[in-house]
Design a protein around this ligand. Sequence first.
Ligand code: FEO
Length: 168
Amino acid sequence: MVSETIQDALNAQINRELYSAYAYQALSAHAEEAGLKGVANWFSVQTQEELQHARKLYAFLLSRQGSVRLDTIEAPPQKFECVLEMFECALEQECALSVKIGELMTLARKEGDHATEILMQWFVTEQVEEEDTARDIVDKLKLAGARGEGLYLVDQELALRKYEAPKA
Ligand code: FEO
């Protein structure tokens, strides 16, 4: 059985993950409109990742006799000057998510909720990877250039990303 405090915190995190999925989908649409199919693909795969994060929390909450409370999802940013700004926005989003996961981990410890703490360990590891990947693309765009041939090459590389559904 999950406590009311942990239940509220997990529901808030579900909302953040769904917002993140929504924001990545908006970035994907923006990239597609700009003719950057590889970038659009990368953001679209990331949308799937975020939905999976939300589902993981959702399933966990239900498995512990908690209640899932889906709330309003805020509108994501709509305007970007360039592709570098899009990935800087993605990196900022991942860093903000990492902070919230850390807070959830601290809360689970304080409440003595070991199951939630173990789940948060998975998320902590995942956030390290997600931040690293986004930072890597930001660096690449700065090196290769966020326009012209450099951008073309980065776009080609990002087109290769495929979503891998988690193993049951
Ligand atoms: Fe759900 Fe990108 O973290």
